[in-house]
Structures are given as structure tokens and as C-alpha cells.
Design a protein around this ligand. Structure first.
Ligand code: 8X3
Length: 247
């Protein structure tokens, strides 16, 4: 592929920003899409990419992203999303669930639909959805997030079935515990103590660059190789509930 182009949503921080950097280092021109203009403009300047302000919950902004991308695209990384709260189902706020479905599930749907024609037109497209171990298991308090990430996982599988025979790969990376600046802080509405407790005693949680490595590895396999799913967790996390904590 000469001068491949990628779109990364949620590129303003965490796994999205790290993936944009990693893909740029691998030779992609990266369209950094996110809500915060200042962040993606700085990132795009750093990596020689482009910044397009896009809230994936806004159909008009997603349409504008597709316009900005133009007629062909090689790679779409659907990364925008996240968790809100850790309430048990019996106390859950439907607005929190709505937020999580809007970003993780419907955002992925909107952006995928808008960019699929360009991915197909490239003759060698790839859709890479950032899921989660939360898309494969249930845990107490995780109901809204696990439901949303299960939705992403099933949408990914469905799309792969529907696109078979067409030149677009459909892949998922499902990270476990990743320590980023914002994931846990957003989940707990800015409560730093609760956010820190998620990682307490865990020697080396994954960092965004670890997931970005996997993103770039999946994207750079030969085009006939469809990596359906990579589940990636830190050494200290054998399973969602089986985390080794020191001290
Ligand atoms: C993040 C994994 O454990 O917070 O996608 O649900 S978890």
C-alpha cells in the first residue's frame, strides 16, 4: 500500500491518540477525529496527519468526517467510546446507559456506515473496532458498559459475515486493564481516588501504547489475513476478576 490513510476516532487521548501515533510511524496518513479540536490539532501537527472535529454521536459531524476523508480510505479504527459509572443494574441510570450505547455502539455504527463506501473503494479496506474484555464477560456493576461492548463485539462479527466477498476486513481488539489518563476518571465522573483504585497494586497495567501496537500489527498484516479478534490483557490480569495486586 502506498501512502495509506487511516481514520482514528476518539483520537484526542488514550488508545486513540497512541494508535494514531503508532499508525503514523508505520506510514499511514492519519485523520485524527475527536471532539476536542485543540488536542487533535496538536496531535495531527505532531504526526503529519489531519484533524477533523467529530462527535460520533452527531450524524451531521460524522457525515462531515466522511466528506473530509474523501473517496477512498484504507483503515478505520473505531475507538471512540468509554464507560460511565459502575452502578448495579437495579440502580442504573438509563441516561448513563444511553451515553454508553450512543458512543460505543451507535457511534461505531454511524462512522462505519459513513466510511464503508470509501473503505470499499480503496480495494483493500480494514475496519478495526476497539472492543474490550468487557465485551466477552459480565461483571458486577459493569452492566451498561459490558452490554455496550458486547454490542460492539456482535456488530463486528455481523459485519464480517455481511461483507464476506467484498474487499474490507473486519477486526476487533479487546483490551483488558489499560491505564490511561481518562478512561477510569471519566467512568467515575472525575473522582481520582476511585479511578486510582481500579489499578491499585497492579504492577504493570497495560498502557495505551501496548494496545496501539496491537492495532498497528492487525492493520499491517497482508490484506488476505483477517485478524478477527485479539484479546490483550496485562500479565497481572488472568481474567476480568482475577487480578494480581501487590501490597
Ligand atoms: C476496559 C476493561 O475491565 O474496565 O475496557 O471493563 S474494564
Amino acid at each position: 500500500m502506498n501512502n495509506p490513510t487511516a481514520v482514528v476516532t476518539g483520537a484526542s487521548s488514550g488508545i486513540g491518540a497512541a494508535s494514531a501515533r503508532s499508525l503514523a510511524a508505520a506510514g499511514y496518513t492519519v485523520v485524527c477525529a475527536a471532539r476536542r479540536a485543540d488536542r487533535i490539532e496538536a496531535l495531527a501537527a505532531e504526526i503529519g496527519g489531519r484533524a477533523v472535529v467529530c462527535d460520533v454521536t452527531d450524524a451531521a459531524q460524522v457525515a462531515a468526517l466522511a466528506d473530509a476523508v474523501g473517496p477512498t480510505l484504507d483503515l478505520l479504527v473505531n475507538n471512540a467510546g468509554g464507560a460511565v459509572g459502575l452502578d448495579p443494574v437495579e440502580d442504573a441510570d438509563p441516561d448513563d446507559w444511553r451515553d454508553m450505547f450512543e458512543t460505543n455502539v451507535l457511534g461505531t455504527l454511524r462512522v462505519t456506515r459513513a466510511l464503508l463506501p470509501a473503505l470499499e473503494a480503496s480495494g483493500a479496506g480494514t475496519i478495526l473496532n476497539v472492543g474490550s474484555t468487557a465485551g466477552r464477560i459480565a461483571y458486577e456493576g459493569g452492566g451498561g458498559y459490558t452490554a455496550a461492548k458486547h454490542g460492539v463485539a456482535v456488530m463486528t462479527e455481523t459485519l464480517r459475515l455481511e461483507l464476506v466477498g467484498r474487499p474490507v476486513r473486519v477486526c476487533e481488539v479487546a483490551p483488558g486493564m489499560v491505564r490511561t489518563d481518562e478512561f477510569a476518571l471519566t467512568r467515575f465522573d472525575g473522582d481520582q481516588a476511585r479511578a486510582d483504585a481500579v489499578y491499585a497494586g497492579v504492577k504493570e497495567p497495560l498502557v495505551a501504547d501496548d494496545v496501539a501496537d496491537v492495532v498497528t500489527w492487525i492493520a499491517t498484516r497482508p490484506q488476505h489475513v483477517n485478524v478477527d479478534l485479539v484479546v490483550v490483557k496485562p500479565l497481572a490480569q488472568a481474567a476480568q476478576h482475577k487480578v494480581h495486586r501487590e501490597g
